[in-house]
Design a protein. Structure first.
Length: 397
């Protein structure tokens, strides 16, 4: 799958877009003041709610975050703690795992993770994980190679999909570098005061470049000199083999945002109605509690039987819904009202197509089931704010 990363200025906003197979698949607004997602802090436990096994941790400037105590395995204390149980007043190392969403506070975790191109190191539970997108044979091969290394390793290890077809020495080298950096960070944190920012997460466009599978990466193009310098520095140090794929765009007659029609794509991504090639259309509405998506027949004129017509529109809609969820970065509970189909076979094929389309999303998206009212229930993990909210905040800066 050919992919291109585009970082361009558009109407005063800096956009980071990922193009897959000739179509923009995801969009993020890069704010001047970077958010806190991925940052690591020395936080202070302010409140504990035992009945729901939760705590609230301040990370500075009055910013309070939610912490699940059920997931707080092996917390790292920067103050004296004898038994490892989290109490009010404790100072602990936390990492922001989810941005604030409307009235909900940011979410933090005590499981500090270091993400590289091929691996992730974790301080919580010590385990060896392999990407679910690898085949059983590939998983077994990696486990066999890593077992001797893992036994002596003080952290958990996750092998990312990017490690596919990469030599073991390259992965082992990244693990050694990551281990050294993480151990230095933990030592540094022990001597820092409460509310200190221990490590700032890399900018969104750098993580976008890092997370792309090298063999799929067609190119990285930007019209911003500062962004170009930062990506050039990152690639020179971490991925010199991809340095030749970076381009600085300088055509003043045709801006980069116009070349890739980013303004039009944003306009469509903020619209409630999305037309399908078949003549049907989607209506996407964000409510306080969930995202509602309605599939309609629209202008479709077919000569086949009505049920076949509905099936064709629904199948096209399934692919487009997966695309729109990712493009708009919609998350949480999603209810989809497809056009009713009587044939059980058609329903199964539709759910299979929807599940396949969701599997291409890098953010965990789960097809729950079809309800008795024939509504399809989906959940998508909340990590970043939806596109419309990112744009609103970016315009205020």
């Amino acid at each position: 799958m050919n992919k291109k990363c585009i970082i361009a200025r558009c109407n005063g906003l800096l956009l980071c877009a990922l193009m897959e197979e000739g179509r923009i698949a995801s969009l993020d607004i890069i704010k001047k003041s970077q958010g806190i997602l991925g940052n690591i802090y020395v936080g202070k436990v302010k409140h504990i709610l035992k009945n729901i096994q939760s705590a609230f941790v301040e990370i500075g400037d009055g910013q309070v975050c939610y912490l699940s105590l059920l997931e707080a395995t092996n917390p790292i204390f920067t103050t004296n703690n004898k038994d490892g149980n989290i109490r009010c007043g404790d100072e602990i190392l936390v990492q922001v795992s989810r941005e604030a969403m409307k009235t909900k506070e940011p979410v933090v975790t005590t499981n500090i993770s270091f993400t590289g191109k091929y691996t992730v190191l974790t301080t919580g539970k010590k385990y060896l994980g392999i990407s679910g997108k690898m085949s059983p044979e590939e998983k077994e091969n990696w486990k066999e190679k890593l077992s001797p290394v893992f036994e002596e390793f003080p952290f958990g290890i996750i092998i990312r999909t990017n490690a596919k077809n990469v030599s073991f020495p390259m992965v082992e080298e990244e693990l050694k570098k990551g281990r050294k950096e993480l151990e230095q960070l933990l030592l540094f944190a022990k001597h820092r005061t409460c509310f200190s920012l221990i490590k700032e997460a890399p900018k969104q466009y750098l993580t976008q470049v890092r997370d792309l599978y090298s063999k799929d990466l067609e190119g990285i193009v930007t019209d911003d000199p500062k962004v170009y310098e930062e990506i050039n520095h990152y690639l020179s140090f971490y991925e010199p083999e991809n340095l030749h794929k970076l381009t600085f765009y300088q055509d003043k007659l045709l801006p980069l945002s116009k070349l890739y029609s980013l303004e039009t794509i944003i306009k469509e991504a903020l619209s409630k109605k999305i037309w399908l090639k078949s003549g049907g259309y989607l209506v996407i509405e964000q409510t306080e509690a969930l995202v509602a998506i309605d599939v309609n027949t629209g202008k479709y004129i077919g000569n086949k039987k009505m049920q076949d017509t509905f099936f064709k529109i629904n199948m096209e809609a399934a692919k487009e819904i997966a695309h729109q969820l990712r493009l708009r970065n919609l998350s949480g509970i999603i209810l989809i009202d497809f056009i009713d189909m009587e044939k059980k076979e058609y329903q199964k094929m539709l759910l299979r197509e929807l599940s396949l389309s969701f599997s291409k999303d890098p953010i965990q998206t789960t097809l729950v089931d079809m309800t008795v009212l024939h509504l399809v229930e989906v959940t998508r993990k909340r990590i970043r704010k939806p596109l419309w909210e990112q744009i609103r905040e970016g315009e205020k800066e």
